[in-house]
Design a protein around this ligand. Sequence first.
Ligand SMILES: C[S@@+](CC[C@H](N)C(=O)[O-])C[C@H]1O[C@@H](n2cnc3c(N)ncnc32)[C@H](O)[C@@H]1O
Length: 181
Amino acid sequence: MDRSVLIPLDEKRETITDFYFDKWDRDMDETRRELYTELHKIYGLIRKGVIRVPDTGYILELGVNRCVSFNELCDIFDVKRCVGFDLENVTRHPRVVTVDIRNMDDVLYPAALCVNEVGGWTVTPESRKAAYDWMISNMLPGGVVIEHSNEYSGWEIKEDLQAKGFKVVWMGPIHIVMKKL
Ligand SMILES: C[S@@+](CC[C@H](N)C(=O)[O-])C[C@H]1O[C@@H](n2cnc3c(N)ncnc32)[C@H](O)[C@@H]1O
């Protein structure tokens, strides 16, 4: 799928949910497969302890959609540590908070792991950036963030995170994993 032809959907909450809970489900099979495969690989490294996540702090996924990858986190970690966020909770997951991530400025969840899966840097740039800023401000020392790579996001995210005190622990074509020093 050519993501460059997509018009940003941030303006209306309904445009975002129509896309992610309808069109995205039907049209983006190939992209979704690649995303899930790589994320699953990273979660495998976390499960084995190759990527080390601190023993205290929340395990967060921003943008859970139908909880495919979030359920994997709930399986790896104590579920009481796990919290997911999205505009909708269509699977009625008990650990998912229904919220627009752009309204989370005053909410604190000190995090050991945070996966930013909110929309996309091209599709919903405003929401994705709000999630990114919120994520950075919630990370505990030693905490791990999972974001899209420079190539996939289209901007120098690695350098930005390095400037904000993170170091690279894993890189793939789609995702980058960085630890807060
Ligand atoms: C790529 S999907 C996430 C995929 C998911 N991690 C999975 O395992 O299937 C992106 C999600 O971000 C959510 N999202 C987009 N903008 C948002 C916003 N402003 N606040 C909260 N969630 C948002 C969408 O509703 C969508 O479910």
